[in-house]
Design a protein around this ligand. Sequence first.
Ligand code: FAD
Length: 411
Amino acid sequence: MKRENIDIVIIGAGPSGSVAAGYLEQKGASVLVLEKQKFPRFVIGESLIPRCMDNFEEAGFLEVLKEQGYQKKFGARFIRKQQIADFDFSKKFGEGWDWTWQVPRADFDKKLTDHLSSRRVDIRFETEIVSLERLDDHWIIITRDSHGEEYEIMAQFIIDSSGNGRVLARNLNLEAPPKIYEHSSMFTHITETARPDGIEGEQITFEILDTNTWFWYIPFSNGVSSLGFVGPNSWLDQFGENRTSAFRRMLEELNFYRKRFDSYELNFDPIRIRNISKNVKYINGDGFALTGNSAEFLDPVFSSGVAFATESGLLAAKLAFREIQGETIDWQKEYSDYIRKGVDVFSTYVKEWYTGKLQEIFFHSEPNPQIKAQICAVLAGYVWNQKNPFVRNHDRALENLYKLISTEKII
Ligand SMILES: Cc1cc2nc3c(=O)[nH]c(=O)nc-3n(C[C@H](O)[C@H](O)[C@H](O)COP(=O)(O)OP(=O)(O)OC[C@H]3O[C@@H](n4cnc5c(N)ncnc54)[C@H](O)[C@@H]3O)c2cc1C
């Protein structure tokens, strides 16, 4: 068996692992990325939010991504029957990016890893982790490549960015009950040969079916569009086992988008994910950090997944690098508490979305522009900006606003 010594091993080459690897490459660290699949591979999570741009920039990806011509995303639209709530990132409170992209992830993630390879980062695709064990102050990881060749890797630190693979969560028994139970999603792609011009063919839109159930339309610049539903398991179950016919029947439930997609073949049998929310007991420990979806995933309603994946990947890489250099890192404070702060803000918004209160706020007929800008900054992913009262006092601010609009209709 071949033996190697590496300072930092990253498990998973999605956006979280790629951003971590990009940062560490810039620092000249000894880093290895282990990826189970061959790229390109399909993954969901196609609508980014502006905060991602800061992270891609810092890890050295922005210029290469700008060359790809992905569909630009300047905001998001929510539709409930005849009501429309539009958020424009250029009108958000505070500093930060005004735009981002809608991306077919198979291509996007491949571009990230191609760029890493061009920067000489060692990424081993189609590599399986046979075992991993923490011994004193290091890890022993046994891997097997697609030719059956085994390697023994001695690593100081593991950044687990394995998404739903949840490698360390499973190995170290870190799984915790999810915060949202019993939500499913079903999604597919179509190739829109007669896509409308302007925002109808460019802007991400969420159509609300009822308080708990919603649909996404995400057009990409390559003519392909992503369609998906999120709702209680029981709502999706009622359409039966055959996924293509179930999806067609779900499309008939739509109001705004009804009939829009009828003439298109589905590019693939819709994928169904049951119980989409995931959680862990803690996100760092002796010689490891969990980042992105391998740590926690709540709900896709505000497209925050890739933003958290890149935020946590980047921060874990920074701290792991400092630790390798001999610094003592307070992971609880510098990593866990920081990530938790942002997650807590989004958790409140997701919770109040499904109580229906946030939907009442969004669809209020005369929104106060200042309040809307503050909420818009949250939707853009700037959830660490304590100057924003809708970040700082996230739970009370939404609750108070909801009470006000229920009684006085002030916004
Ligand atoms: C229905 C739905 C809709 C969503 N929509 C959005 C959205 O619009 N916008 C958004 O930002 N987010 C969205 N998300 C969330 C988004 O999918 C994730 O947050 C994001 O992909 C997380 O990135 P990641 O790098 O942590 O994980 P991933 O992108 O999942 O990458 C993990 C990588 O790890 C690899 N891996 C797994 N196991 C192993 C192993 N044992 N060894 C080595 N490698 C391994 C996988 O092959 C994969 O390449 C959505 C999620 C769901 C469920």
